[in-house]
Design a protein. Structure first.
Length: 446
């Protein structure tokens, strides 16, 4: 310990690899301490965590209650084989049963979100005897081989051809999808769902195991369908006996102002839910594929061909139990809804003030600001699936220099702070974003 900032960065770069980038472009800040909604780098500079890191540290950094629960478990033991029973695993399974919108569900625990998706897809295939999975182009489901194919977002392209049995469909995106031209959002959502049904008919419904959708769209740009869309998805699943896999890895655990993103559509009945991120707020890695009672009972007499050395890791389960207690005891789900309203109001003021803000999308503490060169043409400030061009580079630089830690993709700025954020801290973030927007506004074309 005791490295200088330069040493830390240099050795991180020399001996380790960083995700989703060419390594020479990696220019990290070096963090020494984190508490609440703030991070401090080795030079003592304070950074406001405006994205809960990767939209996962939902309860904020350094929560003493969770730290203590992890230490208590550590003092007893931290791991036993997945075929051994533990209290932490029992308690977590029971708690999940109470909060997920599925009856008599059972959880298969993984190390993270992508593994939850991999196992959900396998379970869907084992249960239905069908092969194909329908998934959105604008979605992300993880970076492992199968999950990366399942995500339609361009991140999958480096892994092509990937798995053969994934079928992509267009999804709701009223701001840009041409299907919505000259239509209301509801009419567009309805056509999108009709096209999904048509795709299923082309693919053969008898071959389709599941439709896989994020409970609330996340890093692909937070573009979410409304009630009309979800009603039709449920109808299609019922009509053709297709399972509905809801990916709550990012949208779960209070992010959208409810326990799960799909709780905004209570009529929807998931058959499998994928959890990770906020389940432990990353205090220890953990994920889960949670299956309905009906699917679970199928495996009473059929082998569950799934396994991971670290499945049901005791430390991870203990961290998750403590996290769920924090969400409950500190009322964080309600808080996300309330602070979300405050954040939305502030973001809408930016939308009013700066022409360069094309659209604000999201709910709870889960928003994206979409920047455009012109509101009429909706030309993105930096093109889709390309390296950041000058205006967005400047935006990213201003945010970083002013101590706002978040992620910027193409023409989007993500706003997803920890659920413990206060109104004053929201204001602090908005002030920094405003600085970036006044620079971006110079690139607006009248
Ligand atoms: C919706 C969604 N699903 C799955 C994943 C993959 O989770 P992990 O990175 O924990 O494997 C992510 C990660 O960002 C995600 O946002």
């Amino acid at each position: 310990m005791g490295m200088t900032q330069n040493e830390m960065v240099e050795k991180n770069k020399k001996y380790t690899l960083s995700s989703w980038k060419s390594q020479s472009s990696w220019n990290p800040i070096a963090i020494e301490k984190a508490k609440g909604v703030y991070l401090w780098d080795t030079e003592g500079k304070k950074h406001l965590d405006w994205s809960s890191q990767l939209i996962n540290v939902n309860i904020g950094h350094g929560n003493q209650y969770v730290n203590q629960a992890i230490q208590d478990q550590l003092a007893k033991f931290c791991y036993v084989s997945p075929s051994i029973a533990t209290e932490a695993r029992a308690r977590l399974g029971e708690m999940l049963n109470e909060i997920v919108p599925m009856k008599d569900c059972k959880a298969f625990f993984t190390n993270g979100g992508a593994e939850a998706i991999e196992n959900a897809m396998k379970i869907a295939r084992l249960y239905t005897g069908r092969q194909k999975i329908i998934t959105r182009y604008r979605s992300y489901h993880g970076g492992t081989f199968g999950a990366m194919t399942a995500g339609g977002d361009p991140r999958r392209l480096a892994n092509e051809p990937g798995l053969p049995w994934i079928v992509y469909v267009h999804g709701p995106y009223a701001y840009r999808n041409p299907i919505y031209r000259n239509k209301t959002v509801e009419e567009g959502d309805s056509v999108i769902a009709d096209l999904i049904e048509e795709t299923i008919l082309f693919e053969g419904p008898q071959n389709v195991a599941a439709i896989l959708l994020e409970g609330y769209s996340g890093s692909s740009g937070i573009m979410q369908g409304g009630k009309v869309f979800w009603d039709r998805i449920q109808e299609i699943c019922n009509k053709y006996n297709i399972l509905l896999i809801i990916d709550e890895v990012m949208s779960g655990f209070g992010r959208t102002g409810k326990w799960f993103g799909i709780n905004h559509q209570p009529q929807v009945k998931p058959d499998i839910m994928c959890l990770a991120k906020g389940i432990t707020s990353a205090y220890v890695p953990l994920g889960a594929a949670v299956v309905s009672g009906e699917i679970a009972s199928h495996f009473d007499d059929n082998v569950l061909w799934c396994g991971l050395t670290n499945s049901s890791h005791t430390l991870g389960c203990a961290a998750a139990v403590a996290n769920i207690e924090v969400y409950q005891n500190d009322n964080l789900i309600k808080r996300s809804e309330e602070m979300g309203k405050n954040l939305y109001t502030e973001l809408m003021k930016l939308h009013e003030k700066y022409q360069v803000v094309g659209e604000i999308r999201g709910i709870g503490l889960h928003y994206v600001i979409e920047l455009v060169k012109n509101r009429g043409t909706r030309q993105p400030l930096s093109p889709f699936n390309s390296p950041l061009t000058e205006p967005m580079q400047k935006v990213a630089k201003i945010l970083r220099e002013n101590g706002l830690s978040t992620f910027v993709r193409w023409n989007w700025i993500f706003c997803a702070p920890p659920l413990i954020i206060t109104e004053e801290q929201i204001q602090e973030g908005i002030t920094i974003i405003e600085r970036a927007l006044s620079e971006a506004e110079k690139y607006y074309l009248e």
